[in-house]
Design a protein around this ligand. Structure first.
Ligand SMILES: Nc1nc2c(ncn2[C@@H]2O[C@H](COP(=O)(O)OP(=O)(O)O)[C@@H](O)[C@H]2O)c(=O)[nH]1
Ligand SMILES: [Mg+2]
Length: 318
């Protein structure tokens, strides 16, 4: 029996959605139950990740994408993942001010979330909130995430289409782009194309793609000016094309399974990591181990093995 809250989410009730998201963020029993109940109602939304370095223009682009999607008559859910929170609410506040026209639009629902420390739960949380917005009936769900660390790369497993945002400028940005990010991106966009060097950046990305393993889906490389919205309709067209590929292309079956597999594995990794840390802290054993390794009376590998053994013993307990 789905709960009243689950029914509220499906009915498109915003307050129910907000409450459901809070449960999922808290990772409590009610949140898990909601996600289990609602999963059969998901799969309809276009889920899109926007990733790239800080300052690349992701938030500005998310705003521009949302406006373009609204023009096309689609409702939009937006999730901003800020890994640096709780210390830098400033950035999100700035985003909110820039997106004021969107927050006043009933067809847009925005939510920002912070990482819960380094417990590896970011991807877990993000995919849960994506599912909630999907079940709530949004046509498009946009997820903004800084592609800086493993956590953020894993957030990409929560969405079907990942857009990598790069910038013109010396090529440092493109050159230093994490290999992992190149692999997860299905669409690349050189934002700030009003600045010099946009074509060079496009060429560099093309070069990187050329040496990457060929895929059934060849990522297009676009240019955009998020500030003015130039190139954004083309970007939405490219996303639509990838979505059509994900949903109907015969190659897509394997890709779809691959995506679900990495989503499951990323959830397993997060859960195991959290449990291991919980065990380590509960026993208080990690402090002793750290001390021993610092003093070199023990090596880090045997310290890790000791913690894993402690975890195993916890699991064996009836
Ligand atoms: N010149 C130029 N600046 C842009 C463009 N898009 C965003 N910016 C600016 O880049 C800065 C960072 O943008 P923001 O969206 O916050 O980047 P984020 O950190 O990736 O979310 C802001 O000052 C934006 O106004 C663009 O198309 N052209
Ligand atoms: Mg931002």
């Amino acid at each position: 029996m789905p709960s009243e809250l689950a029914e509220g989410v499906v009915a498109g009730n915003r307050r129910a959605l907000a409450r459901a998201i809070s449960h999922v963020e808290a990772d409590n029993a009610q949140g898990r139950e909601l996600l289990a109940d609602l999963y059969s109602r998901t799969g309809r939304a276009q889920t899109i990740g926007i990733t790239g370095s800080a300052g690349a223009g992701k938030s500005t682009l998310v705003g521009a994408l949302a406006r373009e999607q609204r023009k096309r008559g689609r409702t939009v859910g937006i999730i901003a993942v800020d890994p640096s929170s709780p210390f830098s609410h400033g950035a999100i506040l700035g985003d909110r001010i820039r997106m004021q026209d969107l927050t006043a639009d009933g067809g847009v629902f925005m939510r920002s979330m912070a990482s819960r420390g380094n417990l590896g739960g970011l991807a877990e949380m993000a995919s849960g909130v994506v599912d909630l917005m999907d079940a709530a009936g949004f046509d498009v769900v946009l997820v903004e995430t800084v592609g800086a660390g493993q956590d953020e790369v894993e957030v990409a497993t929560a969405t079907q289409s990942t857009v990598l945002v790069a910038n013109p400028g010396g090529g440092d940005d493109v050159q230093s782009m994490k290999a992992g990010l190149m692999e997860i991106a299905q669409i690349m966009v050189v934002n700030k194309a009003d600045l010099a060097g946009a074509d060079t950046a496009v060429m560099q990305l093309r070069g990187l793609l050329a040496i990457a393993e060929p895929r059934a889906w060849q990522p297009p490389i676009l240019k955009a000016i998020a500030r003015t919205g130039e190139g954004v309709p083309e970007l939405v067209d490219a996303i639509d094309k990838h979505q059509a590929h994900v949903r109907s292309d015969e190659h897509a079956e394997a890709e779809r399974q691959g995506l679900v597999e990495s989503q499951i594995l990323s959830l397993v990794r997060a859960a195991l990591y959290r449990e291991a840390l919980g065990a380590a802290r509960a026993e208080g054993s990690i402090d002793t181990l750290v001390e021993e390794v610092v003093l070199r009376t023990r090596d880090p590998r045997s310290a890790a093995t000791t913690l894993i053994d402690a975890l195993r013993q916890r699991w064996m307990k009836p």
